[in-house]
Design a binder for this molecule. Structure first.
Ligand SMILES: *Cc1c(COP(=O)(O)O)cnc(C)c1O
Length: 404
């Protein structure tokens, strides 16, 4: 593809106007929105309003003026993006904490089933939290198998199949329908981690018949650093599962101030403590951008952006580790390179921000809301040049920072 062809695609791109709703620093090509989404202009305003007006002037009255209801309201807005009903999603805590709540609840759902089954190389926190969750349920264990062995490892002892829908490194995507069916055929629940899927690709939890899900607010949803996460429980499970973090915000009557815990009906029982209002304000503004987005258009554009960058990598012999078939992947592209860390640093110095994942992966997020075809073409041009000129060989790029 030529730069002119990329320009022509931009000229007919229905999503192009959304770019203006984000703050994008000049001179930066930001291809890391799968790790920390860009700042929506409205989020900066929403945090300012929540601070100066709601907190500053309305003070405690604000709890009854939108704060208390925010976890359900924002959850309801996320629902459309993941194929859920509005009363099946709630926002709060982190993805890690929500994983813990749902895994323990799933283990307790059927005393005959004691195993959490997951994939080796899953996102670290998913496996770490699973390890912690089994410690809370007598007899429980964690079985971690290679990706290709997951389906065959389902059995009569499986309580819950824990999978990350889109793999954070490779972008490989599980077939949600097929794996949900397989889990159900074995009598197990399925918990989907949608952190790299929500806002990246069309997701249909309801259509797949999924039981449980969690996901991140600060990646493709653009909710800001450490944004509250979301949690999904299919309606049919809502009154049968209970959170092990039985805090007062999940109580049926938090302001009755009684000693005994009684879970609230619906999704409210998954709340633990007081919602993080300022983070929620930023997240809600990020989510509101999605109100105008056609997810089929989003996904079609993501596929085009992938092709542009894939072709640039192929031109200099870079090994792409992401699936080529669009329906087998998420919305990022990863290449393997023996000097991936230094290559990533060299590109950042040139204004192209991607990221590095140990030991040899360089990863680029494709976020169609604020990346144009030209942006990705330019990113590909920088990538081609950096690989061809061995830009990574500069010793300055070899020094590893603590946080990558
Ligand atoms: C980003 C990500 C998380 C993040 O969890 P936090 O609790 O927000 O740190 C969890 N799981 C997956 C699969 C992720 O990609």
């Amino acid at each position: 593809m030529t730069l002119e062809e990329a320009r022509a695609l931009d000229a007919t791109d229905a999503l192009a106007p959304l770019r203006d709703r984000f703050v994008l620093p000049p001179g930066v090509l930001y291809l890391d929105g799968n790790s920390l989404g860009a700042l929506p202009r409205a989020a900066a305003e929403a945090v300012a309003t929540a601070t100066t007006q709601q907190w500053g002037e309305r003070l405690i009255r604000s709890w009854n003026e939108g704060w208390m209801d925010a976890p359900r309201r924002v959850g309801g807005k996320i629902a459309r993006l993941i194929g859920a009903e509005q009363d099946e999603v709630i926002v709060g805590d982190s993805t890690s904490a929500n994983l813990f709540k749902l895994l323990v609840a799933a283990l307790r759902a059927d005393p005959a089933r004691r195993v959490i089954l997951s994939e080796a190389g899953n996102f670290p926190t998913d496996l770490h939290i699973a390890e912690g969750a089994i410690g809370c349920v007598p007899g429980a264990s964690l079985k971690v198998v290679a990706r290709g062995d997951v389906q065959g490892a389902l059995g009569p002892d499986t309580a819950v199949l824990l999978l990350t829908h889109t793999h954070y490194k490779s972008a490989e995507r599980w077939d949600m329908d097929a794996l949900t069916r397989a889990a159900h055929a074995a009598g197990a629940l399925v918990l989907w981690d949608l952190s790299h899927s929500a806002g990246a690709i069309p997701v249909n939890l309801g259509g797949a018949g999924a039981d449980l899900a969690v996901g991140c607010g600060y990646k493709f949803l653009n909710g800001g650093p450490g944004a509250p996460a979301f949690l999904y429980v299919a309606r049919r499970w809502q009154d049968r599962l209970a959170s092990p973090l039985s805090g007062w915000m999940g109580h049926a009557e938090p302001f009755a101030f009684v000693d005994a815990y009684r879970p609230a009906p619906g999704m409210t029982r998954w709340l633990a403590g007081t919602p993080a209002v300022l983070g929620m304000a930023a997240l809600e503004a990020g989510i509101d951008v999605w109100a105008d987005v056609d997810l089929a258009q989003l996904w079609a554009k993501s596929a085009q952006l992938f092709d542009i960058l894939h072709a640039a990598g192929a031109a200099v012999g870079l090994e792409c580790v992401s699936p080529i078939a669009p329906n087998a992947r998420g919305s990022h592209i990863s290449f393997r390179h023996p000097h991936a860390y230094a290559l990533c640093q060299a590109l950042i110095a040139k204004g192209l921000i991607g990221d590095f994942r140990d030991p040899d992966i360089i990863r680029f997020g494709l976020t169609p809301l604020y990346l144009s075809h030209q942006d990705v073409w330019r990113a590909g041009d920088l990538l081609r040049e950096a690989v061809a000129t061995e830009a990574w060989s500069d010793p300055a790029y070899q020094v590893r920072a603590a946080v990558t």
